[in-house]
Design a protein around this ligand. Structure first.
Ligand code: FES
Length: 267
């Protein structure tokens, strides 16, 4: 983990309230693994005080230089300030942080992304493609205006399943329900080494964990948490996890953001 004063290469709107930012990331990009994140100072100096965490969407080659891309949604003052930044502006970035996805050798994978959760899944899909794994990609959003990154995942060869709340794109269905329906169509023998990877809102993750447990498929989840320090020092990002017959609070920034679904206590 390292702190960089990086330079913004591009910062563009990709869908309603959502942006892609590409950063010059010399020294950081080669260390980034799928599911890791960066902690970014969104304004000038110490205002706003807290950095914001963003999944590393992918590492790109821009004019022979390595760059990282993040995808973000405007949800408050910090991200609104970020959206105003222009190419060439300096930006203070800490990363790469956290523990990402554990990539085994699954024959089939189901990637389940809700909204901006897609940002944690693209590098993962790239790695799975290298392992010649069949990928079903499920993406859920409020409406077609909020659908992001579909063509990037399609270009990787993923089988795409879109669900929206209002049915304006894909199925009018909750993604965990659609996931369950698709899993039912696949012969059991083919599911023995399958894995589910998910990132998105807690309610979607909870339902995806239930679907995974029912189908007896291993499941890893990248958790979205409010963060203070981003490096395990402040306890602002904890999630309740099983520990034997009891429980413990795990810091998402340090032990995650990726955890096994089976260790999380859903409340
Ligand atoms: Fe401070 Fe996780 S953000 S401990």
């Amino acid at each position: 983990m390292k702190q960089f004063i990086s330079k913004i290469i591009s910062n563009e709107r990709i869908a309603k309230e959502q942006y892609s930012m590409v950063l010059d990331a010399a020294g950081m990009s080669e260390k980034a693994t799928p599911g890791q994140f960066v902690h970014v100072r969104c304004g000038h100096d110490a205002d706003p005080l807290l950095r914001r965490p963003f999944s590393i969407y992918r590492v790109r080659d821009v004019g022979g230089q390595k760059a990282i891309e993040i995808i973000y949604k405007i949800v408050g003052r910090g991200t609104a300030l970020l959206a105003k930044k222009r190419p060439g502006d300096p930006i203070d970035v800490l990363g790469p942080l956290g523990n990402g996805f554990n990539i085994n050798n699954p024959s089939i994978t189901f990637i389940v992304a809700g909204g901006i959760g897609a940002a944690a899944c693209y590098m993962l899909a790239e790695e799975l493609v290298k392992k010649k794994c069949k990928i079903y990609y499920f993406f859920g959003a409020r409406s077609k205006d909020y659908v992001i990154c579909e063509e990037d995942f399609r270009a990787l060869g993923c089988e795409i399943h879109i669900c929206t709340d209002d049915g304006s794109s894909g199925h009018k269905k909750l993604i965990p329900d659609h996931l369950t329906d698709i899993i039912k169509e696949i012969p059991k023998a083919e599911l023995s080494t399958a894995e589910i990877y998910a990132c998105g809102p807690m309610i979607m993750l909870k339902k995806t964990a239930e679907a995974a447990e029912k189908a007896k498929i291993r499941c890893q989840m990248s958790l979205e948490a409010r963060m203070g320090c981003g490096v395990g020092a402040c306890m602002s990002c904890v999630v309740k996890c099983k520990q034997g017959d009891s429980f413990m609070y795990k810091r998402v920034c340090k032990y995650g953001p990726v955890l096994n679904a089976s260790e999380i206590i859903w409340e």
